[in-house]
Design a protein around this ligand. Structure first.
Ligand SMILES: NC(=O)c1ccc[n+]([C@@H]2O[C@H](COP(=O)([O-])OP(=O)(O)OC[C@H]3O[C@@H](n4cnc5c(N)ncnc54)[C@H](OP(=O)(O)O)[C@@H]3O)[C@@H](O)[C@H]2O)c1
Length: 285
């Protein structure tokens, strides 16, 4: 199979590249300098006449605060960018695999969201990702839309900068006498290695459609931090932050757990529990 990978140097993209290459797939690595998804001519130039079977789009404008400050640009990249990819994938007869997010939901369900639940995003980022999903499902002939959550990987997230949550906690444990973390936001931490494995497995099928793809189980950010310190035997003074101690500048779902319902229905779910995947990331037994 020949794949084109948009965002090949991103947090997720770098592990997707490794996974597909390890299977001897030919992968055309595309960086932001090679393609601007919001510009259809750029997408066309990057993808046409290259015999590509699969386009994997990990690109996004996903710094939530920046999306809120510039909704037009966010829509151009997350909405129109997805539309451009869907149009060009049809023209070159390629499958489109597109990454989306748990932030399409508002969190009020308080039970794991399945693919049949109606999106109700709270912020610009979530709204523009929903628009990207809608463009793809209404235009692309062959697509996978894959929603994931709480992404962490060895390559830092380029849009957010700095360290991922795991590495940040380990750093703070050295730098600070006390660490305070919220206990009222529930998510599923998902490692890029695991997501890449699942994307690869899905790409070997023609079971096109919408998928939730996160690790199994869920936790609060505080429980996530606690597990990081337990697994690494790190002695630290970890405490639950008071409600509103870290006020959010932009509304985010307080509960964004996704159930991999469609993967399970198709017997394709290969995710481990989130704490097992964390052990692998930390390389501890
Ligand atoms: N991180 C999370 O917690 C999380 C959670 C749920 C879903 N997601 C989704 O997962 C996907 C991957 O996230 P990630 O953490 O791997 O992101 P990342 O590290 O920021 O990587 C994104 C990649 O896309 C490129 N890119 C950005 N804008 C582009 C554009 N307009 N045209 C072409 N390329 C562009 C970036 O290049 P430059 O950096 O050079 O611009 C970078 O290579 C995104 O779709 C995101 O919405 C992420």
């Amino acid at each position: 199979m020949k794949a084109a990978l948009i965002g090949a140097n991103g947090q997720l993209g770098s592990d997707v590249l490794k996974k597909f290459r390890a299977n001897d797939d030919e992968v055309l690595e595309l960086y932001h300098s090679d393609v601007e998804v919001s510009n259809i001519d750029s997408v066309s130039n990057a993808l046409r006449n290259k015999n590509i079977d699969l386009v994997i789009n990990t690109s996004a404008m996903h710094n939530v605060e920046k999306c809120e400050q510039d909704p037009s640009l966010s829509f151009e990249i997350n909405g129109i960018g997805a539309r451009n990819l869907a149009i060009i994938c049809n023209e070159i007869n390629s499958v489109l695999m597109h990454i989306s997010t748990d932030y399409v939901f508002d969190g009020s369900k308080q039970k794991p969201y399945i693919e049949a639940d109606t999106p109700s995003p709270l912020n610009v980022y979530g709204n523009t990702k929903v628009s990207g999903e809608n463009f793809i499902s209404s235009i692309a002939k062959k697509y996978f839309i894959v929603r994931t959550s709480g992404v962490y990987g060895h390559n830092p997230c380029r849009a957010k900068g700095g360290l991922n949550f795991v590495d940040l906690m380990l750093k703070l444990s050295k730098d600070r006498p006390e660490i305070r973390v919220v206990n009222d936001e529930i998510l599923t931490p998902s490692s890029t290695v695991e997501i890449a494995r699942q994307l690869f497995q899905l790409s070997r099928t023609d079971a096109y459609g919408l998928y939730h793809a996160t690790a199994e189980g869920s936790c609060s950010w505080y429980e996530f931090a606690k597990k990081i310190f337990e697994l690494t035997n790190t002695k630290t003074n970890l405490n639950i932050a008071n409600p509103n101690e870290f006020p959010m500048k932009v509304p985010r779902p307080k509960y964004s757990v996704l159930e991999n319902c469609n993967l399970k229905k198709a017997s394709l779910n290969i995710f481990k529990p989130w704490d097992e995947a964390l052990k692998e990331y930390l390389d501890v037994k």
